[in-house]
Design a protein around this ligand. Structure first.
Ligand SMILES: [Zn+2]
Length: 90
């Protein structure tokens, strides 16, 4: 796709403007077929909430190994020797 400067720029702009509109219209049609149309926004929000929920779950599974007594624990400080020198384990 090689066009002289002004036409190429115009075509690129048209693509930039038209492409999201076409995508949105296609998604709207798909959602209208699935739900009632008004609940589409809350549906996508729930999806994002689920993603964030999974992330917080993963972070809570991080364990630490104490660098002093090598006990593996899941707290800020070692429950055995009280040291905060630790190594994260995934
Ligand atoms: Zn310790």
């Amino acid at each position: 796709m090689v066009l002289p400067f002004p036409y190429g720029l115009g075509a690129a702009l048209a693509l930039f403007i038209a492409f999201p509109l076409i995508l949105r219209r296609r998604m709207m049609n798909r959602m209208r077929g699935g739900y009632g149309g008004s609940g589409s926004g809350s549906g996508s929000g729930g999806g994002f909430g689920g993603l964030f929920g999974q992330n917080s779950d993963n972070s809570s599974k991080i364990k630490y190994e104490c660098l002093v007594c090598h006990k593996i624990y899941n707290a800020r400080e070692c429950p055995r020797c009280g040291s905060s020198m630790k190594r994260a384990m995934f």
